[in-house]
Design a protein around this ligand. Structure first.
Ligand code: ZN
Length: 473
C-alpha cells in the first residue's frame, strides 16, 4: 500500500515537475558530437518532419572532417567519407552510398538554405550512434570510429584511474590572446585544431574541476566572456569525461586562416598563446590583440608552500597573511570587466620567483603587484607601510598611486616609496611593485594585518590603486 502511494507520488512528481524543467531548453535545439556542442548557424534548427528528427547534414559531416560538396543546380550533396561517397538529393528519398542505392524514410529537405536529413540516415550510413533527447531537443551523436575524431583514451596522462591522482583545474582565463589554465597538479594537455567552425580543443586528461571562480552549471560546463578578442568568439569548458576525469576547453576562433599556438607551463599554469610570439612556431599567427583586450593584472602573494617567508610575532608564517590579502584583492577585481586578474598562486603552493616573473612576462601583464609582510625581529617597534619599485617610471607611478591609498587603509606609519633591487619587480617587464604592508614583528601592525576588516580595506586600496593606474573608472 505504501509502495503504491509512493509510486503515485513519484509519477505525479514527474508529471508536474519535469515538463517545467524541459520548457526552458525546448525553444532551441542542440547537437552534440562526441560530447562537444556543434555550433549551428543561427537560423538552423533540428527539425521534426514526419516524426523523423532531421539534422543539418553539412554541419555534422564537416565536423567529422568529411568533405562536403553542394551542387546548386542538381540540389545534390556529396559527402566524401574516407573512401566512401554518400550522395543525397533534396526532395528525393533515393540516395547513393558507395555505389549502392539506399532509401531514406524521409527525403532531404532545404530549410533556411540548409539541407537537413533524417537522423537515422546519419546513424546508419555515417557510422554514428545517435541519441535524441526529445524533451530537451538535443541530438547526441557518438562517433563509433574513434580513429576519425581526435580523442583521448582513458588512462592516458596522469589519471592512472586513481581518483587521488586527479588534477584539479582551479581557474580558466583568457588574457592577451592567451588561454591560462591553473591546475593544482599535472595533466599532459592534448591539443587539436578543428575546422568549420575553426576551433582549438584543449583536452586535459586526468583532470576534473576544482573550485573555479568562473560559473559552472549543473552539467559541469561553462563559458568565458571573451568579447575583447576579435579572433576568439568563445571559450567553453566542460567535464568531458568523468571516469577518469578529463576537462575539455574549446576556444572558438573567428576568421582565422591557420590556427597556430604555442604552449607553456609556468607555475602550474598551462598557457596557450594564440599570439604566437615564441620562436617555437613559425607560421602565421592570429591577429595580435593589441589594446583592444582587457588589462592583465598579476597579483603575487609572496612566498608559499615550502617557503613560509618570515614568521610573525604570533608565530604565523608570512605566506598566510600575503595570501589572505591577495585573495581579497582577487575577489574585488574578479568581476571587473576591463581586467583579467591572474594570481601567481591561489593556495599554499610555491612558484619560484623566476616562475612568477616568467608568468607575468609571458602574459604581457600590464600590472604586477607582489604582496608581502615586513619583519625586523631585532627591533619590534619598527612599524609602517612601504612600497618598492625598481627603476622603471611606470613602476614608480604605480607604486606612488597604490602606496598613498594603502597607507591610508592601514593607518600605519608612512615609510615611503622606495627603489629596491628585488627580483620579482626587477625582472618583470611591466609596471611592477612590491608592497610591504606592515611589520609582522610589530604587535600592532600584526594585529591589523590579521584583521579581516583591515585586510578588506587594504585590498580595496590596492584594487582602487590598480584601477586608477590603468585608467579604469
Ligand atoms: Zn616576504
Amino acid at each position: 500500500m505504501k509502495k503504491t502511494i509512493l509510486l503515485l507520488f513519484l509519477s505525479l512528481f514527474f508529471l508536474v515537475v519535469l515538463p517545467h524543467q524541459g520548457n526552458a531548453a525546448a525553444s532551441t535545439s542542440k547537437i552534440f558530437l562526441d560530447g562537444e556542442e556543434l555550433i549551428l548557424p543561427s537560423d538552423v534548427q533540428v527539425t521534426i518532419v514526419n516524426k523523423n528528427v532531421m539534422i543539418p547534414i553539412r554541419v555534422v559531416a564537416e565536423n567529422l572532417k568529411f568533405k562536403v560538396d553542394w551542387n546548386q543546380n542538381t540540389r545534390n550533396v556529396k559527402i566524401q567519407q574516407n573512401d566512401k561517397t554518400i550522395s543525397l538529393t533534396v526532395d528525393q528519398k533515393q540516395a547513393m552510398v558507395a555505389d549502392k542505392q539506399v532509401t531514406l524514410n524521409t527525403a532531404p529537405l532545404i530549410l533556411n538554405n540548409t539541407t537537413v536529413v533524417p537522423i537515422r540516415f546519419v546513424s546508419e550510413q555515417m557510422g554514428l550512434n545517435v541519441k535524441w533527447n526529445n524533451k530537451e531537443k538535443i541530438v547526441y551523436l557518438i562517433n563509433t570510429d574513434t580513429s576519425k575524431v581526435p580523442n583521448v583514451e582513458p588512462g592516458n596522462g596522469s589519471g592512472n584511474g586513481n581518483p587521488a591522482a586527479l588534477t584539479r583545474v582551479t581557474d580558466i582565463q583568457f588574457a592577451n590572446n592567451q588561454l591560462v589554465v591553473s591546475m593544482d597538479g599535472e595533466s599532459k594537455p592534448v591539443m587539436t585544431t578543428l575546422k568549420n567552425p575553426d576551433r582549438l580543443v584543449v583536452d586535459l586528461p586526468g583532470a576534473v574541476f576544482g573550485d573555479l571562480p568562473q560559473p559552472l552549471n549543473q552539467n559541469m560546463n561553462g563559458k568565458l566572456d571573451v568579447d575583447a578578442y576579435p579572433n576568439v568568439t568563445e571559450v567553453r569548458y566542460s567535464l568531458f569525461k568523468q571516469d577518469p576525469g578529463q576537462v575539455r576547453i574549446v576556444v572558438e576562433l573567428n576568421q582565422v586562416k591557420d590556427v597556430q599556438y604555442s604552449q607553456n607551463l609556468i607555475a602550474d599554469k598551462l598557457i596557450i598563446d594564440l599570439n604566437v610570439t615564441g620562436d617555437n612556431v613559425a607560421t602565421v599567427p592570429v591577429t595580435p590583440v593589441g589594446d583592444s583586450g582587457r588589462k592583465v593584472v598579476v597579483i603575487d602573494p609572496g612566498h608559499g608552500g615550502k617557503d613560509p617567508g618570515t614568521t610573525s610575532i604570533t608565530n604565523k608564517p608570512e605566506k598566510e597573511y600575503n595570501l589572505a590579502l591577495a585573495l581579497k584583492v582577487q575577489a574585488l577585481l574578479l568581476n571587473e570587466p576591463d581586467i583579467e586578474l591572474v594570481m601567481t598562486r591561489d593556495g599554499d603552493t610555491y612558484p619560484t620567483r623566476p616562475e612568477r616573473v616568467r608568468l607575468a612576462n609571458q602574459l604581457n601583464a600590464d600590472v604586477f603587484v607582489s604582496i608581502h609582510g615586513n619583519n625586523v625581529e631585532s627591533s619590534p617597534q619598527a612599524t609602517g607601510t612601504e612600497t618598492f619599485y625598481y627603476q622603471r617610471s611606470s613602476s614608480k607611478e604605480l607604486a606612488n598611486i597604490i602606496h598613498q591609498r594603502l597607507v591610508k587603509a592601514m593607518g600605519l606609519k608612512d615609510r615611503g616609496v622606495k627603489n629596491g633591487n628585488l627580483e620579482v619587480i626587477r625582472d618583470t617587464t611591466m609596471a611592477a611593485v612590491l608592497l610591504e604592508v606592515g611589520f609582522l614583528s610589530n604587535v600592532i601592525d600584526e594585529e591589523l594585518m590579521s584583521s579581516d576588516v583591515v585586510q578588506m580595506k587594504a585590498a580595496q586600496a590596492i584594487a582602487d590603486g590598480i584601477k586608477e593606474y590603468l585608467g579604469i573608472n
